[in-house]
Ligand binder design. Structure first.
Ligand code: DAT
Ligand code: MG
Length: 149
């Protein structure tokens, strides 16, 4: 079973889309094992977006991600990383496939509503940042045999 870190970003929070966005991952069959509401500070933003430090859009990215509370969630399931990225759509909302979160709700790359880990290794690193020292839920749902073979 893979795990992935999902963030409902500040624009989605301001627009009241947290429930809608989390619901899409739930409906896909992914199992929620972690959930937090928090405000990201500059340090945390730099850790999370370490690969983008120094890029021209970095300061704007930090200002955006620290501008309002976010929801951080961990979802678990078969191929959770790829499944979540597929639900989110491409980084640029106008290049994302219709039916994805970014295409359905967004227009601009700097307001793309949602984050999802891009690999299993990134997921582990990012879960450690957002759920540091916290135990994730370990549980099975009655429906799991109808989702996981
Ligand atoms: P993703 O969020 O799809 O994993 P990423 O890791 O390449 O994309 O970039 C992280 C975030 O940074 C992305 O969600 C939006 C922002 N970003 C990326 N490239 C950008 C660009 N060229 N201009 C402005 N913002 C950008
Ligand atoms: Mg990324």
């Amino acid at each position: 079973m893979e795990r992935t870190l999902i963030l409902v970003k500040p624009d989605a929070m301001q627009r009241g889309l947290a429930g809608e966005i989390l619901a899409r991952f739930e409906r896909r069959g992914l199992r929620m094992v972690g959930l937090r509401l928090l405000k990201v500070d500059r340090n945390m933003a730099k850790r999370h977006y370490a690969e983008h430090v120094g890029k021209p859009f970095f300061e704007g990215l930090v200002a955006y991600i620290t501008s309002a509370p976010i929801v951080a969630a961990v979802f678990e399931g078969t191929n959770a990383v790829a499944a979540a990225r597929q639900l989110m759509g491409s980084t640029r909302p106008t290049e994302a496939a219709p039916g994805t979160i970014r295409a359905d709700f967004g227009l601009e790359v700097g307001r793309n509503l949602v984050h999802g880990s891009d690999s299993v290794a990134s997921a582990k690193r990012e879960i450690d940042i957002f759920f540091e020292g916290q135990r994730l839920a370990s549980w099975k749902r009655d429906v799991d045999p109808w989702i996981f073979e």
